[in-house]
Design a protein around this ligand. Structure first.
Ligand SMILES: *Cc1c(COP(=O)(O)O)cnc(C)c1O
Length: 403
């Protein structure tokens, strides 16, 4: 491969200008060496159900006489993840909730689903002026091609919009993190991504608040419920009454399967049909499909996992707020968003950075989001096992002593 600068053309110049200018999503660190207390990417601290490994082993074992170990891997997976779609619909109440397989799309992680939604509803060169409003505005819901999201929220949304060369509409929260319903309603976006419980704050929005958005906003509302299994409320029940609602879920957090990459959405069959048009034909591998099916079948195991994580979360929410006296949002997720404060009462971005660095030196990994004024003074701490949390807590006490 030629490497000297003189003979290498500027290959980026051949790329589309918006791609050449892209900034990629910054994932949390994934250290490869052992010894870290890893509380930075909201993974589950407990293993997945034992049924998952058994299902993967059975798939690899060629149980149907396909001809030797791993022989089924010769074959493409079922392209629509049909069995998994049906199981997901049943898991969320099935016919009693008005949900069937036609209401479900499965993706290679929920990031894949978010990407498919952007592919369908966001892009360059669509009509001016946003959504049609009122009786005189012609076709209702005329596409603006713009995608909205709140700040702060999951930072993948603007990256996906950038890849699609679409326009973003960012709605700023204030420090209360209350839902700015009117700003969403007047955003002019064809599609709006709302994270609930929100990331990285952990603040959950109730069914009534989501309903207020649906009543005021006439685009497609995507509620990204990656953390909903840890929350009191969900938007799921609204699906039956609001065809413009999409609820996105993942196996990565509550199901302890971040490594298997399965996520899904529940939506009106018309939305699902659009997603299926733009989806990779084989977007979910054989092993991923059987793993997710096995996980769904073990609701008792996961109820226990979720109960444990929520109990640890609540214990440490109380500890941070009352023992440390740090401002901490009332998290309904599997992480805690807290504002470090020195013994002298100092707070702010530099204090949070210093606490982060101190923890890092002690091999405790959390997350700091320095780029936004509302997040920079905080640390996001994924809820680990009680033992991991105690290590974190003791390290923070040591930092307080020095700081
Ligand atoms: C973790 C997370 C996701 C990504 O989930 P995957 O299914 O692993 O792709 C999506 N949205 C939010 C808000 C998340 O925190």
């Amino acid at each position: 491969m030629p490497t000297d600068a003189a003979s290498t053309p500027d290959l980026a110049a051949l790329a589309l200008p918006h791609v050449a200018a892209l900034h990629a999503y910054t994932p949390g660190l994934q250290p490869t060496e052992p010894g870290w207390v890893k509380l930075n990417t909201n993974e589950c601290p407990y293993p997945p159900s034992p049924l998952v490994a058994a299902a993967i082993a059975a798939e690899l074992g060629g149980a149907e006489g396909a001809g030797g170990e791993g022989a089924s891997l010769r074959l493409y997976p079922e392209p629509t993840s049909a069995a998994l779609r049906a199981a997901i619909a049943a898991h969320h109440g099935g016919e009693d909730s008005g949900l069937g397989a036609a209401n479900v799309c499965v993706g290679n992680g929920s990031d894949d689903i978010l990407n498919l939604l952007v592919r369908c509803f966001c892009g360059a060169g669509v009509g001016e002026g946003g959504l049609g409003r009122g009786a005189d505005s012609g076709a209702p819901n005329a596409a603006s091609g713009r995608a909205g999201f709140s700040l702060p929220s999951y930072s993948l949304y603007p990256v996906l919009v950038g890849i699609a060369n679409g326009q973003s509409v960012a709605i700023e929260f204030d420090r209360t993190m209350a839902l700015p319903v009117e700003k969403i309603a007047s955003s002019g976006a064809s599609i709006f991504f709302l994270t609930s419980p929100n990331a990285p704050t952990g603040v959950g929005f109730g069914e009534r608040e989501i309903e207020a958005v649906l009543a005021a906003y006439d685009g497609l509302l995507v509620v990204d419920e990656a953390y909903a299994p840890f929350a009191r409320e969900s938007a799921l029940k609204l699906l039956a009454r609001y065809p413009r609602l999409v609820v996105v879920r993942t196996f990565s957090k509550a199901y302890a399967l971040a490594g298997i990459r399965v996520g899904y959405c529940l939506a009106h069959p018309q939305v699902i049909a659009l997603l299926d048009r733009v989806r990779d034909s084989y977007n979910v591998s054989r092993l991923s499909q059987v793993a997710a099916l096995a996980a769904l079948s073990d609701t008792r195991y996961y109820a226990g996992v979720i109960r444990k994580v929520a109990a640890t979360r609540d214990a440490y929410l109380a500890r941070f707020a009352s023992e440390a006296g740090w401002f901490t949002y009332p998290s309904q997720a599997n992480f805690i968003f807290t504002e470090p404060r020195t013994r002298g009462g100092e707070m702010g971005a530099a204090v949070a950075q210093a606490a982060y660095d101190f923890l890092c030196e002690r091999r405790v990994l959390v997350r700091h989001f320095p780029k936004h004024a509302l997040t920079a003074p905080f640390l996001r701490i994924s809820v680990g096992t009680d033992e991991q949390m105690l290590t974190l807590w003791n390290s923070l006490q040591a930092w307080l002593h020095d700081a």
